[in-house]
Design a protein around this ligand. Structure first.
Ligand code: SAM
Length: 213
């Protein structure tokens, strides 16, 4: 993703604490209070411009969604989307997904979504992939037993690596599609990258993997 320097982004983020939660470590363990209900909390790590979390929130009003995005210059587009849509069941965090344990209590998150995660193709960068075993360990910790990671990508290499990583970690693969848009899967919410790549004719891979008790 191309990143432009947008110095006014921080100011805009600070002006909308109802959408981009400031100091999220202070509400660790109390996310349902933040949403004002006891609905499950699903997160997307690397949520980019927020199309997926906003679309999922519209489709599933009884689920709370949190989009986690590292870059200010990217998350402000997601912020604009939320200001426009005013969805009560979506919040954003401008933090690094490596630090999930600072923001979520054990078992607090019902599901983790990873969409078009950066592939980090060089072997020496494998630890940065969001499906590397150390990340899986974070997801397992913040979800209850049997928690699921739902993953989509256009990148065959990252998909193969990730299926192997899920499996080596001891997770159960409950869904695998090698061509999502030609499959019978219903209710797919497209991400920005998914729209872009599928318009170019690239196939989309999708998996669901469950942590075994
Ligand atoms: N999920 C969106 C989509 O499918 O359109 C965005 C995909 S984009 C290729 C990957 C996004 O993940 C980027 O916006 C990047 O900044 C974000 N990202 C990468 N590593 C991250 C991390 N450790 N924590 C939070 N966000 C991260």
């Amino acid at each position: 993703m191309r990143l432009r320097n947008k110095p006014w982004a921080r100011e805009k983020i600070n002006a909308h604490p109802q959408f981009i939660i400031p100091e999220p470590s202070k509400v660790k363990g109390r996310w349902q209070e933040v949403f004002g209900n006891d609905n499950p909390i699903h997160i997307e790590v690397g949520s980019g411009k927020g199309q997926f979390v906003a679309g999922m929130a519209k489709q599933n009003p009884d689920v709370n969604y949190i989009g986690i995005e590292l870059y200010e210059s990217v998350i402000i587009t997601a912020l604009d989307r939320l200001i426009e849509a005013d969805l009560p069941n979506v919040k954003l965090l401008n933090v690094d997904g490596s630090d999930l344990l600072d923001y979520f209590e054990k078992g607090e998150v019902g599901r983790v979504y990873l969409n078009f995660s950066d592939p980090w193709p060089k072997t020496r960068h494998a630890k940065r992939r969001l499906t590397y075993k150390s990340f899986l360990n974070l997801y397992e910790t913040i979800m209850p037993e049997g928690g699921e990671v739902h993953f989509k990508t256009d990148n065959q290499g990252l998909f193969e690596y990730s299926l192997k990583s899920f499996s080596e970690y001891g997770m159960l693969l409950t869904f695998v599609s090698l061509d999502l848009h030609k499959s019978a899967f219903e209710g797919n919410v497209m991400t920005e990258y998914e729209e872009k790549f599928s318009l170019k004719g690239q196939r989309i891979y999708r998996s669901e993997a469950r942590f075994k008790p």
